[in-house]
Write a protein that binds this ligand. Structure first.
Ligand SMILES: [Zn+2]
Length: 210
């Protein structure tokens, strides 16, 4: 499996490009911005984007989705509990002093338990609300990877003080959905360095009472 992580935009959101070597299909997670760079990675590997997955509807994760959709024709997957936030992209842009990005239509709802296939690799959708009501994580068991959006970070967890955030819910999501994954699972957070489930169980201050 091809996998490149590109920090994009002013908030350096980790955008992931996954590519299947056999089918040359790609799945792009969180194309927040810098779509020219995302497409450069896609082209360099000779891939066709088959799906665009949004972990949650914050502007730094979804801001470039419409541009990427226009360039590739790929459908956009997102959990519909984030529709309210997605409708507020202009408000979110104002918080950051940015111009609002083009609005994107969601083509497929991403629900807990869904499986997205990329070649022979299955991406499991885990609904992990708390940072936002529709936050999802993608677990790829055969790659031993978890794309965690802004739910779990190296040494931290997602903020819950923005509209729709819930501090108890994010801890429940992490406890119920993420910590049961194998310790060696590599966690790719929405921002910053990768980590593992085992490392966060051991060292993450926010998870010590679990
Ligand atoms: Zn966020």
């Amino acid at each position: 499996m091809i996998h490149e992580i590109l920090p994009v935009g002013i908030l350096q959101c980790n955008c992931s490009v996954f590519g299947d070597e056999a089918t040359r299909e790609a799945l792009v997670v969180d194309p927040g911005d810098d779509i020219a760079r995302v497409l450069e990675v896609v082209d360099r590997h000779g891939l066709n984007v088959k799906a665009i997955v949004i972990t949650h509807a914050h502007i730094d994760h979804i801001g470039g989705a419409q541009k990427l959709k226009q360039a590739t024709g790929a459908p956009v997957y997102m959990n519909l509990n984030d529709i309210e936030l997605q409708k507020m992209l202009d408000v979110q842009a104002a918080w950051l002093g940015m111009r609002p990005p083009a609005a994107v239509e969601i083509d497929q709802p991403a629900k807990d338990g869904d499986l997205l296939a990329l070649g022979s690799t299955a991406f499991h959708v885990l609904h992990t609300p708390g940072h936002t009501p529709g936050s999802i994580s993608l677990w790829i068991p055969t790659e031993r990877k978890l794309v965690a959006g802004d739910t779990l970070f190296r040494d931290s967890i997602g903020r819950t003080d923005l509209p729709g955030g819930d501090g108890r819910q994010i801890l429940r999501s992490i406890h119920d959905k993420l910590l049961p994954l194998p310790d060696e699972t590599v966690v790719i957070p929405g921002h910053g360095e990768s980590t593992t489930i085992g490392r966060e169980k051991q060292f993450n201050y926010f998870l010590q009472d679990m």
